[in-house]
Design a protein around this ligand. Structure first.
Ligand SMILES: O=C(O)CCC(=O)C(=O)O
Ligand SMILES: [Fe+2]
Length: 333
């Protein structure tokens, strides 16, 4: 007779493609909680009072959804990412896709309410002053003239990265909520998890990646280049390490390190998971163990382009307290 080890039970009712689809009653109750939260909003998404209401409202979210998130926090699974399909975000009533750099969601909306709810489930939301003015809900949209930028304003392939890899208080989770897919429906969010990639690396590469022989530059918006303190790509338990790597910004300072990064990038490109996000799909990336990127796509700048909204969640906000004046949600350095 087989026994069930509940400590190894699936962390979510994920289907074969690693995504979660709740039944209609659960989605309706979740939508009701988000709509009620929206009803209580003031005029700003970033109002600490609304963030507090979202935290309280998380307790009213259906238990099935809270359980998925709780289990994901404990262990983010072999892919280190979660995709919750078709959340109710009022997709029929969306304004045109924004087209400017630095665009953020200032006014409360159903998607913003949904992101703040899930941020509360994962920890607490916060953002960086140097990025999209520190707004908690940021637009990820293609911007005319920025096509080739290695950032979320671009539309060429966005290479694999740990979000804010250069920062000591990078987010634990990156949430990306799709409001509108790209015209052709081909833009895929790509994720590559250390738990999948590391077993495919040579022992020599794993060892080199564990030595502090890499430097990751901050983007210019974060102020003058720092001293480029060397860091390791892999840290923690060698059997299940964290990794920190940005294909476009992390450089090795030794020849062994360069070879290890090349091997890592090659395996990541060969084995990643691609997800086509549709309206209402929420991707949650465990930024400690999973890199993300995006395929190229063709924007039309007609108000119907791809539109994601992004919120970062921190599982222990206290750790960044000295970066957040007044215990607010904005990290200023
Ligand atoms: O556009 C995407 O799917 C991902 C963009 C991204 O990496 C980000 O906004 O952090
Ligand atoms: Fe990113």
């Amino acid at each position: 007779m087989s026994s069930v080890d509940t400590t190894q039970a699936p962390y979510a009712p994920a289907s074969a493609d690693g995504t979660v689809r709740y039944g209609a009653p659960t989605l309706a109750r979740l939508g009701h909680v988000a709509a009620e939260l929206l009803d209580q909003a003031g005029d700003r998404v970033d109002d600490p009072a609304w963030v507090a209401l979202a935290r309280h409202a998380w307790e009213d979210v259906p238990a099935e959804v809270r359980r998925t998130v709780r289990e994901f926090r404990r262990h983010s699974g072999p892919d280190g990412a979660l995709v919750l399909r078709r959340l109710p975000i009022g997709a029929a009533h969306l304004p045109p896709t924004p087209m400017v750099k630095g665009s953020v969601q200032h006014g409360p909306s159903l998607p913003a309410a949904t992101l703040l709810l899930f941020a509360a489930g994962l920890g607490d939301p916060a953002a960086f002053a140097a990025e999209k003015s520190g707004a908690l809900v940021q637009d990820v949209v293609p911007v005319p003239g920025q096509e080739t930028v290695q950032g979320n304003v671009g539309s060429v392939e966005l290479t694999f990265h740990t979000e804010n890899a250069f920062h000591p208080h990078r987010p634990d989770y990156v949430m990306l909520l799709c409001l509108r897919p790209d015209h052709e429906g081909t833009a895929e969010l790509r994720t590559s998890c250390a738990r999948r990639v590391l077993p495919l690396l040579t022992p020599g590469a794993r060892e080199a990646l564990s030595r502090p022989e890499y430097v990751t530059e901050a983007p210019p918006s974060f102020g003058p280049a720092g001293d480029g303190t060397a860091h390791a790509v892999l840290t923690g338990d060698p059997d299940d390490p964290d990794w920190c790597f940005d294909e476009a910004a992390t450089k090795a300072v030794t020849p062994e390190g360069r070879a290890a990064l090349a091997e890592l990038a090659e395996v990541a490109h060969r084995t990643y998971t691609g997800v086509l996000l549709r309206s209402g799909d929420l991707a949650v990336v465990d930024n400690r163990v999973t890199l993300h990127g995006r395929s190229a796509f063709t924007p039309r700048y007609d108000g119907r382009d791809r539109w994601l909204q992004r919120t970062f969640a921190f599982s222990d906000l206290r750790r960044s307290r000295d970066h957040r004046p007044g215990d607010g949600t904005v990290l200023v350095k």
